[in-house]
Design a protein around this ligand. Structure first.
Ligand SMILES: NC(=O)c1ccc[n+]([C@@H]2O[C@H](COP(=O)([O-])OP(=O)(O)OC[C@H]3O[C@@H](n4cnc5c(N)ncnc54)[C@H](OP(=O)(O)O)[C@@H]3O)[C@@H](O)[C@H]2O)c1
Length: 356
């Protein structure tokens, strides 16, 4: 399978067969595609990225910064978050992204944010819901309402999750955007509420909005592929009860999130954001076994349902994700074998009862 990662200048460069360091990973993850470079020329300053200090925000913000530099377009990107880990703020600023530290649960925080016509919303809370469900509901519902009230004119791309759907039959091709949002568990229902409150406020103020239901971004430092590879490398059995999933290289997800600003509409539209393939946990475990030279142990059998979504609607407009997952598997195997850094944040993709 061949795949090309575009360089900043827009000419294709062959991707490496292995990624050796976090610096190289960040360079590849934030390398803007020609499509992104074209897209950023249409954006006016500032681009606000809210919830920018998590797993996706830093690489997203820097990829836009690099795209603007490549386009010769003077675009100010402002990353807004609580920045609970101070290193992230420094990492962004050293790469030309401005930062504002604030807690968006506080209404007063919005006064320090500049007006904008383009906004990307990444704020979310999932893990810890079992211990403190009220905080999950507050973050996922109050903040969207504050945001639309403060930026009613802004084209807004708001991240949602594939967890808004119930589990679907594994051979169904995945949930579609028109399916009923009837998931199990408090986090998933708070995520439905996040969408509904965005939608309510956007309709009230005429705000152009696109909701992106993401299923599993993969980096080498976190994600479902990493978790399967780690099990195989550690000679631990792989449980295949949750036997199938979708995922997307995080660099592609970031690029499609930013380009979705053009899809923000009144009334709002929802799109599934993930890779087109339904991936088998069992097959991937054996693939990692081959790549890592390890025997593979499998436990359990595949359940008839899984968390799957169909990205056809978004891909019809933006095109398919550019990065081949077979290549990401190779990168992941090498990363695990060479002891590459990880975030220590499990996806818990095996969860079937909605308890996070
Ligand atoms: N990554 C995935 O595979 C995946 C899959 C499905 C859906 N999503 C959705 O995509 C979005 C981005 O994903 P992610 O993985 O980057 O999420 P993440 O790692 O959880 O990051 C979310 C960010 O929001 C910030 N935040 C939370 N509450 C805040 C508040 N009150 N004020 C200001 N900032 C606040 C966090 O805090 P700090 O600033 O303190 O760090 C963090 O930077 C999330 O909404 C998530 O639900 C992601």
């Amino acid at each position: 399978m061949t795949s090309h990662i575009p360089t900043t200048s827009g000419s294709p460069a062959l991707p490496p067969s292995a990624i050796q360091s976090e610096d190289q990973l960040d360079e590849i993850m934030t390398r803007p595609s020609p499509r992104l470079i074209e897209h950023v020329k249409t954006l006016k300053s500032p681009l606000l990225v809210l919830g920018a200090a998590g797993k996706m925000g830093p690489s997203l913000a820097v990829s836009v910064q690099r795209a603007a530099a490549a386009a010769g377009h003077d675009l100010k990107i402002i990353a807004v978050s609580r920045f609970s880990g101070s290193q992230t703020r420094q990492w962004l600023e050293s790469r030309g992204v401005a930062t504002i530290t604030c807690d968006l649960l506080e209404r007063g925080a919005f006064e320090q944010l500049p007006d904008t016509l383009n906004l990307i919303y990444l704020v979310g809370l999932k893990f810890g819901t079992q211990q403190n469900p009220s905080l999950t509901w507050a973050v996922n519902t109050l903040v969207p309402t504050h945001v639309v009230e403060r930026f009613p004119q802004a084209r807004t791309v708001a991240l949602s999750t594939g967890n808004v759907y119930p589990l679907v039959p594994v051979n169904s091709g995945g949930a579609n955007e028109t399916d009923l949002l009837t998931p199990l568990g408090e986090y998933s229902n708070a995520a439905v509420a996040r969408e509904r409150l965005f939608e309510y406020s956007a309709r009230k103020y005429g705000t152009p909005l696109a909701l992106l239901r993401l299923n599993y971004a993969v980096d080498l430092r976190y994600g479902v592929l990493l978790e399967i590879a780690q099990k195989v490398w550690a000679n631990q059995p792989v449980d295949v009860t949750t036997g199938y999933f979708n995922c997307i290289w995080q660099g592609d997800a970031n690029e499609m999130i930013v380009r979705s600003l053009d899809l923000a509409s009144t009334p709002p539209t929802a799109f599934n954001l993930t890779g087109a393939e339904t991936l088998s946990v069992r097959e991937l475990a054996y693939r990692f076994g081959e790549l890592m030279g390890r025997p593979v142990g499998i436990v359990s059998t595949e359940a008839e349902t899984a968390l799957l979504s169909n990205p056809a609607r978004l891909c019809a407009t933006l095109g398919k994700p550019a990065t081949a997952l077979e290549m990401v598997c190779g990168w992941t195997a090498h990363w695990v074998m060479s002891g590459g850094a990880t975030l220590g944040k499990a996806t818990r993709f095996e969860v079937r009862d909605g308890r996070f």
